[in-house]
Each structure stands twice: as structure tokens, then as C-alpha cells.
Write a protein that binds this ligand. Sequence first.
Ligand SMILES: [Zn+2]
Length: 584
Amino acid sequence: MKPHDIHYAVRFNTPQNHLFEIECHIAKPATEGQQLSLPAWLPGSYLVRDFARHIVSIQASSNGEVIKLAKVDKSTWRAAPCPGALVIRYQVYAYDLSVRTAYLDHSRGYFNGSSLFLQVAGQEHKRCSVEIHHPGKAYADWSIATTLPMLKTNARGFGTYEADSYQSLIDYPVEIGTLAIAEFKAMGVPHRLIVSGKHEADLKTISRDLKKICEHHIRFFGTAPFQHYDFLLYAAADNQYGGLEHRDSTSLICPRSWLPVKHEEHDRQQYQDFLGLCSHEYFHAWHVKRIRPSVFADPDLGHEAYTRLLWVFEGFTAYYDTLALVRSSLMSEQEYLAALSKDITRYLRTPGRKVQALEESSFDTWIKLYKPDENTPNSQISYYLKGSLVALAMDISLRLKGRSLDEVMHALWQRYQSGQLVDEGSMQALIRETCGDKLSTLFRDCVQGCEDPPLEKLLAKFGISFSSSKANDADTVRQWLGLQLANDDTRISHVFSGSAAEQAGLAAGDVLIAHDQLKASSKSLKQQLKRGRKQINLHFFRRDELMTTSIKPHDHALANVSLTLSDKRKPEQDQLRQDWLEIS
Ligand SMILES: [Zn+2]
């Protein structure tokens, strides 16, 4: 069945080889020869990943005759002209356990269309169809979960789907395997939570809580922009975490240990982190999937799409993801203040905040945020982290004048519904039009500049005190030496700008061997530092060379912010705070 001019068939009869076998049928190839390519990046993750690197073999044919296929650049092929339909057969290697590419083994299959489906040049706006074939008897219990519109599928979801364009085709991730599914409705809209991987998660509890988050976001914007929504969750090992937003679904990976299990105690904070991730990706269904920078309207997926607005799209989303948990009673006010304290502490401990402006962090995401290295803390600030704190500062500033950032979000949503996207440099004017205030100082100092948002001053007006206590015991080495040790305890992962470690000539990658004739470890270093040593003699390896130095510890005054409700707060401050957090 090939219902559309462009049709893809997906097979994976031997999942253990991690190869998806794809056929792309093009009914009307370009007369001068058909060009085909895979994207270099996918929306939501701003790094050139060159998905074509995973194509391991590719051939073209027409009416059973081999057609010459020439490679044009790293991601593009050109098939020689042919009189009839063109068929491209290729294999894609899929063994990346992230939400951004594709995965296949005997336990599970997963893909984003950007990893599997060749884009047919000149026909990107045509409808296309995809037939997903069952891998055979050994996988009898496998099903498919995706929000791709169905054309003809069986009860397990195998069969044919369609999409109205290439851009839309790659916005529906597909999960295949033994799936646990819970369904719920939020404001009447059907939602599903689909969990794969080994887990014993209590889907009833999770979907009950997700429903509250979804209803909050739908009420916040006034309308759901989709007919149905899927949370595709892979329950993974402890070090796996991530999410990617799509038009009516999201792909999530989180440690299975974060998920509640029936009749067992669970770590409330880790579960809130998981709910925060779901809240974040769900909020994106409005903010970045629909309200979006003009450059993301119809982006060239072969090249970077530069924008200075990611602090609005990721930063505001990071602000609202957690705020929504308080507003829907999944997090207490104290827990919210503790979460904010952690973010502010992390921000103040990043020297790069004084080097890179927020707008610049967004623009350079292609070469910086997604490519962290040993110098990242010294040279960068995340537009998620600072963006969320600037959103907080903006919200409080507006609320002190009887307005709010919520109104700005509503205005953005209204503009989207009337067909407008967000132009570069237009946010300040929008805030002025909506709330009558340009927030000039915040824009100049904290968005275009490298100043810290004045949170201590602003939060005080809401009856919240900002105190900085001493760094924790675990931070002793960082506090006194200005370096961070990797998990193996002796390799330096980071040396902070202007620190004692930098002055002593230490660098990331150095392996500490001994200090003062004793075997080095973070524990032994901590002991020496607590004894108030004025100088420590170090032996270390840089690559294979043995080196020595002496380091003079000094207090790097690490921030450790703690937000609490002030004892002296006034009733009007309580009112402001309750209106903001929607608590009574
Ligand atoms: Zn995001």
C-alpha cells in the first residue's frame, strides 16, 4: 500500500543488529535527477549531529534497474534521472539511547524520523506515508506508540501512518516494544503515558499527577493546541536523563529509580524532578512548538538556525515547569523555595556568568551549550538556568506593578493564534505593550549584559529572605582550592578561573597522586584543608609526565543560597506571594 507520492517502509527483522531497513518510494522523482538528504539537526536540540553518518549502505533503483546514486555532501545524495518511480533502499544504524536519534535491539525500538527518513528535495511539503512492519513471531508482544496520524494499522499499531509534510513527519517520535500504557483525560483531551524499559512504576499515581500538570498548562493558555497527547517514557539506568518536545508528544528518559512503585517509599525530590521534566516538555507544546522564533518557522535542517531568543523559549519554560508544580499542588511552597535556592546557588557558582551574556549563550548554543568541555563553567552560562532566573526576576518586577509574566505568555499565545511568530529583538516591545513596562534595566544588564538578576532585592518584596550560608562539607575542595575532582576522586575535571588551583598551575585532566607524601584522595585533601593548612605540596601526572607544585588554599567564598519565608513579612507580601504561586 503506497497511498502517497512519497512512501517509506520500515523493517527491522533482526533487531539485534541495530539496523533499521528503510525503503523510500518516490512516485515522481525530479526529472533532472532526485536529490535526497537527512537533516543535520532536529528541532529542540541545537547541535549539528549529522544523522547521515549512521546510514551504513544505500542503493537506488527504478523498475528493477539499478540507478546511479552519487554523494553530493556529507548528508546529501543525488539519484540519476529515471523515467518511473524511484526507490531508495538503505540501512540506518540505531544504537543511541537518547531522545534525539534512534535505538534498536532485541528489547526495544525507537526513532525520530530525522534519523530514518530521507528528505526528498523539492517535495518536502507533500503528504507522505510510512509503513512500519512487524519484526516477526519472536516479538509477538511488541506494539507501537506514536501520535503519527494512522491510515491503516492493526491492534498493535503496526501498519501505515501518514504525515502532511516532511517537517511534520519528523515531529512524531515512535516507540516500539513491550509497552505499559496508562490513559487519562485532561480538560477532556485524551492523554497517554507509555512506559518502556524495565520498571515497576506505579502508572496510576504518575498519570494522576500528570493530569494535574496538564490541566494546569491547558488552563494557563486557555486551550489545548492538540487533539491528544503522548508522554513516551523510557525507564533507564541511574545516569540517563533527558527529554525532547514535539507537537503532540514528548520523548523522555529518566532513571527508573525516580518513579514511584506501589507500596514503596519513593524519593519525593527525584519524583518532582521527573514531574518537572514532564511539565517542561508539555509546556513546550505551546511555547516553542507553536509560539516560536521566526527562524524556526521552516528551518533549513542542513544548517544551524541562529536565534538570540532561546532564553525566552527554554528559560521561560524552565521557570514555568517548576512553578506549575506548586500551582498544581504537587510541590509545597517550601519545596519550591528549596528548588529555587539550588538553582540560584548553581548559578552563582558559575564563573562563566560574568563572561557570556544571556542572548549570546542562545546564539552560540550550536558551538557551546551542547558541546561542554573542561572550560565550560569558566566561559558559559546556560540559557536554561539564567533564563529561568531572569524570568523569575521579570515576573516579580511585573507583579510589583500589578502585572505579570503570565500576561506576557498569554499575549505570545494570542499572537501565535493570529499567525505571528516571534521576531529577534521583539520581546522587550511585547512586554511593554502587554504590561506597560519595558524592564529596561533587566534587559540591558541581564539579557544583553552579564549582570546577575537582582533576586535578593526582588524576593524580599515578596517576604522571602535570601541568605547565603557556608558551603557544605562536600564542597570543601572546591571552596579552598577552586578545583573539582571527577568521580574517580583523583582526576581534576575542572579548574575554576582565578582559583588557587589555577595559580598553582593545575589543569583539568591532571591526576593527583600525593599531597605532602600521602596518597591523594578527596577525603585526605579535605582533612588537610580542614586543619587550616596554609600550603599543600602536590604530586600529579599531566598525561604521562610526573609534576609537582605547591598550592596555597584560600576561601573562594562559594555561594550556598537558602530562601526562606521572612519572619517579618507583611500581609500584603503574603498576598503577592500567594497570587504568584496560586496558593491560599
Ligand atoms: Zn526545553
